[in-house]
Write a protein that binds this ligand. Structure first.
Ligand SMILES: O=C(O)COP(=O)(O)O
Ligand SMILES: [Mg+2]
Length: 221
């Protein structure tokens, strides 16, 4: 297996490693309810994820017709406290993901996370699902001063994971833009949170199940 074409494979988190929408929805609705606004549905929340927690709350409030940053400021600690306490209550790792991670690790690939989630929330999630040792490198939306689609977080992720030949796996246009800006090959999932037709994401390869990830990376290399 020494001839695997990548040394580092970095993964987006929300909508890529796991369907985190149920817990994000519960936390968002907790904050909305405490502020006196109506809830949003999990399918709607899927399309609001990818730009960090404040952006999620901003969009949840906008759905209720509220568009001021003061209310976002009020709701943010409500969202964060609830989400931290319920970070992986009902979120589900996508089918085949764990086997694909095992297969990559068996090929000597360094695994890393590059997400727009706040770093401490990404770490809490990875710890809660028992994946701490799989992901020694986790870069969040607040880790580098800029977030995806700026290429810096991805380049920093790859460097911290040891550098070399790298690929990025994501679910959104933010991820593919990041990879393109970083000059890194990109695999996009067709089953994540993106509301764009998958072929419009601009990925090098699309996969519709994690079983296809290692063969896709072999073809990309
Ligand atoms: O919006 C977020 O909190 C993070 O989303 P991401 O893991 O898809 O980058
Ligand atoms: Mg995502």
């Amino acid at each position: 297996m020494a001839d695997f074409p990548f040394d580092v494979v970095a993964f987006d988190l929300d909508g890529t490693l796991a369907d985190t929408a149920p817990d994000l929805t519960a936390a968002l609705n907790h904050a909305l309810e405490r502020l006196g606004y109506p809830p949003v549905s999990a399918p709607d929340v899927r399309h609001m994820v990818g730009h960090g927690a404040r952006a999620l709350l901003r969009q949840g409030l906008a759905a209720a017709g509220v568009n001021d940053e003061e209310t976002v400021d009020l709701g943010f600690p409500l969202f964060l406290d609830y989400y931290e306490a319920h970070i992986a209550d009902t979120s589900l790792v996508f089918p085949g993901c764990e086997a694909a991670l095992d297969g990559l690790a068996a090929r000597g690939v360094a695994l890393a996370v590059c997400t727009n989630k706040l770093e401490h929330l990404a770490r809490s999630f990875i710890d809660a699902i028992g994946w701490t040792s799989r992901f020694p490198v986790i870069i969040g939306g607040d880790s580098c001063g800029v977030s995806k689609p700026d290429p810096k977080p991805l380049l920093e992720t790859i460097a911290r994971a040891g550098g070399g030949r790298a690929a990025f796996i994501g679910d959104s246009i933010t991820d593919t833009k990041t990879a393109i800006a970083a000059g890194v090959p990109c695999v996009a999932l067709t089953f994540g949170f993106s509301d764009l037709p998958p072929e419009q994401l601009g990925a090098d390869i699309l996969i519709d199940h994690f079983d296809a990830l290692i063969p896709a990376l072999e073809r990309l290399g």
